[in-house]
Design a binder for this molecule. Structure first.
Ligand code: 5GP
Ligand code: ZN
Length: 113
């Protein structure tokens, strides 16, 4: 399967790694929307939130654990940050490998939609 983020996880496409463990990979977004803009992705390919089930949802909790850890390390845990996952066309999802944007380091736009 041809998937950009699977290729990044494998190292076939370069990325700026921020964190890695057995189940997740985190790297800097190539087009940052904020001073801190990290993408946290499960290593196992899931296309979007639509693929989350009772069997695999543990990785989502782990991703939030990693988001909290990275927010602390990157110095935004007290100033504030946002974790976002776009699902499908109306949300503007462009890469169909489930990912969570960790955004912070500035006053973020408050609009939710
Ligand atoms: P989405 O729009 O699907 O929620 O987010 C996809 C994100 O992936 C975008 O913020 C985009 O800048 C980022 N992105 C797309 N291609 C690459 C790439 O090759 N490397 C990195 N590091 N980020 C990418
Ligand atoms: Zn993938």
């Amino acid at each position: 399967m041809d998937c950009l983020f699977c290729s990044i996880i494998k190292g076939d496409i370069p990325s700026t790694k921020v964190y890695e463990d057995e189940t997740v990979y985190a790297f800097k977004d190539i087009n940052p929307m904020a001073p801190v803009h990290v993408l946290i992705v499960p290593k196992k390919h899931l296309s979007s939130i639509n693929d989350v089930t009772q069997e695999n949802s543990g990785v989502i909790a782990h991703i939030y654990e990693v988001a909290a850890k990275l927010a602390k390390e990157l110095g935004i845990s007290e100033s504030g940050y946002r974790v976002v996952s776009n699902c499908g066309a109306d949300a503007g999802q462009t890469v169909f490998h489930l990912h969570f944007h960790l955004l912070g380091g500035k006053k973020l736009n408050v609009t939710m939609c």
